[in-house]
Design a binder for this molecule. Structure first.
Ligand SMILES: Nc1ncnc2c1ncn2[C@@H]1O[C@H](COP(=O)(O)OP(=O)(O)OP(=O)(O)O)[C@@H](O)[C@H]1O
Length: 267
């Protein structure tokens, strides 16, 4: 059985607790200087698909503090998925901006905002299991990684990322040579999250994460999101308001034309 403990593929797994990615260590140093916080800021974003005459989003604005959980709900076709695609960098806003702004403890901006880089974002689409391509969990999570000639330090870094991703979604007891399609519904969603987490994103976007799951798998995914919220900023589009309610810090209703209004959940 291929587990994290027994794994023997190109990227080696490091057991050293001190090896962290450069971005993580930078963040720790920055936090010692000033706690502060950073915030995702969607500033008056409009979007009109190329070749069309109507905006799908109109002056959409949203602010979400790091390590908090935001939920967007609203009518089908209002533009929720379109907004997630812009946040993930899959399409470009026609106007407005999407950035990260850092603030000090008094809420004063610290320097200019940074454009949100797509490498900092992980997106899990609806029914992600439909897009699994590989024969094993390991191949699915490490898709696109170098298989040969990676130097030892890169192999260690990749191994550590894999270990963190698998552990954080609770897949560490499952054999990594298992066929992804043989997993239960809830575990397939865990795998879909691991595929994103291995890229160490700061912002996690989830489109209808509970859709199509039975009650047990839904509860399982909600518990997992509760854990992930401790280390990630999460923005979810969902109609499952009642189940996600306990996790939500901020929520918005999207009206037709992509206008967002902050609103408490109607539960
Ligand atoms: N590239 C495109 N060109 C033209 N129209 C588009 C394009 N992409 C999406 N649309 C339309 O934009 C509207 C918003 O779509 P979107 O998928 O963002 O809505 P949604 O709120 O996520 O809906 P649902 O809750 O059903 O998933 C829909 O009417 C959709 O048909």
């Amino acid at each position: 059985m291929l587990t994290l403990a027994s794994i023997a593929f190109t990227p080696t797994i490091s057991s050293s607790p001190v090896k962290m990615t450069r971005r993580f260590s930078w963040r720790c140093r920055a936090e010692r200087v000033s706690a502060g916080y950073s915030q995702l800021e969607v500033r008056k974003v409009s979007y009109r698909p190329p070749g069309t005459e109507q905006n799908l989003l109109n002056q959409t604005s949203l602010f979400l503090r790091e390590k908090s959980f935001g939920l967007i709900f609203g009518r089908s076709g209002s533009g929720k998925t379109t907004l997630l695609q812009l946040l993930a960098g899959l399409s470009e806003p026609t106007s407005g901006s999407i950035c990260i702004q850092k603030y000090d403890d008094n809420g004063k901006p610290m320097g200019p905002s940074e454009v949100l880089a797509s490498q900092r974002v992980g997106i899990v689409f609806q029914f992600p299991e439909r897009y699994f391509l590989s024969d094993t969990i390991l191949e699915e999570v490490t898709f696109g990684w170098p298989r040969q000639k990676a130097d030892i330090s890169l192999r260690e870094q990749l191994g550590l990322k894999l270990q963190n991703a698998i552990n954080s979604v609770g897949l560490s007891a499952i054999s990594l040579d298992k066929d992804p399609q043989s997993l239960s519904g809830g575990f397939k969603r865990r795998l879909a999250l691991a595929i994103q987490l291995v890229q160490t994103p700061d912002l996690l976007l989830l489109d209808e994460p509970l859709a199509g799951l039975d009650w047990k798998a839904r509860a399982d995914v909600v518990n997992l999101l509760k854990d992930l919220k401790k280390d990630h900023t999460i923005l979810v589009v969902s109609h499952d308001l009642r189940e996600l309610y306990p996790l939500v810090d901020r929520s918005w209703r999207m009206e037709m034309g992509g206008v967002l209004k902050e609103e408490s959940l109607p539960v």
